[in-house]
Design a binder for this molecule. Structure first.
Ligand SMILES: [Zn+2]
Length: 295
């Protein structure tokens, strides 16, 4: 297997006149390369001299304790990328979650005009891998320090929110959970455009009932008590990015809300159906404290 390199980045959100919008400008690279026993073999740590934002924000300064003076001595982004590429070599690159990869794509696009990350060939999202190994609840992303604490790693020696220390702490998590066969399933080929399409795909919740994708869905519900097919009492209404309607069961008279949520993911449409307790909504007049004058 190729050596594993764990990379962590710090960045500063700043306004770009060229983009007429905000960019997360990378200000620090930190990484650790492992030997065949998953021990740290070498480390990489460099500041990036900002070219878009002249000053780092107060929030990031507090979070990272990086100063503007330190960054002035840094290299330019593409120089750091090139040095990192030489240092990392042919490796399996890991980051804690995909936001570092998305920020790299954003910075490569800005500074080199291409959204390809020059040093990325084999990728593992270490956060997703650790969540799987820890059977962490799906749909909720685990933070690095939370994972480390759950794994009973002493976090005290690590300077949290500094790139190198975060990469070293990530390695400690990996060491606790490492299993070669399960890791293989998380290995992504980052040389293909499919990788970038998937990375940059943003899941959207579909809220237009007229959307043709929604037409073929199964909108029917069964009674949560007796399982009999239920009947819908009113029209579908949009509530919290999902559709809701009142149903009743002709067999046991149970009344309930049926809820449908549609998300368009990279893999395709995902439908979530759920049943909720029916409650009478307070009438408008009561809420406003006014007496009704309409007939
Ligand atoms: Zn029923």
């Amino acid at each position: 297997m190729k050596p594993i390199v764990i990379l962590d980045l710090e960045w500063n959100g700043t306004y770009s006149k060229r983009l007429k919008g905000f960019i997360n400008e990378i200000i620090e690279f930190g990484a650790v390369k492992t030997d065949s026993h998953l021990q740290p073999a070498d480390t990489f740590s460099l500041f990036v001299r900002p070219q878009v934002g002249k000053k780092i924000s107060g929030k990031i300064a507090t979070l990272t304790s990086i100063t503007d003076e330190e960054l002035e001595h840094g290299w330019q982004f593409m120089q750091v990328v090139s040095r990192f590429r030489k240092w990392a070599g042919d490796c399996i690159l890991m980051t804690w979650g995909t936001s570092d990869i998305l920020t790299l794509i954003e910075n490569c696009r800005y500074f080199s005009g291409t959204d390809r990350i020059p040093f990325l060939t084999d990728y593992v999202d270490l956060q997703a891998y650790c969540e799987k190994q820890m059977s962490y609840r799906k749909g909720k992303q685990i933070g690095l320090s939370t994972a480390a604490q759950l794994l009973q790693i002493d976090v005290a020696p690590f300077d949290h929110h500094r790139a190198l220390d975060d990469s070293l702490l990530s390695l400690q998590c990996l060491r606790k959970l490492y299993a070669e066969n399960t890791l293989q399933a998380f290995l992504q080929d980052a040389t293909k455009s499919e990788f970038y399409n998937r990375m940059e795909f943003r899941t959207v919740t579909l809220c237009d009932i007229e959307n043709p994708l929604l037409k073929n869905a199964d909108w029917s519900f069964c009674c949560p008590v007796c399982g009999h097919p239920a009947e819908k009492d009113d029209d579908w209404v949009m509530r919290n990015k999902s559709f809701r309607a009142v149903f009743h069961c002709p067999a046991c008279k149970k009344k309930f809300y049926g809820r449908m949520q549609f998300k368009l993911k990279y893999e395709g449409l995902s439908v979530r159906k759920s049943v909720h307790r029916f409650e009478e909504e307070p009438k408008k007049q009561e809420v406003q404290g006014k007496s009704s004058t309409s007939v």
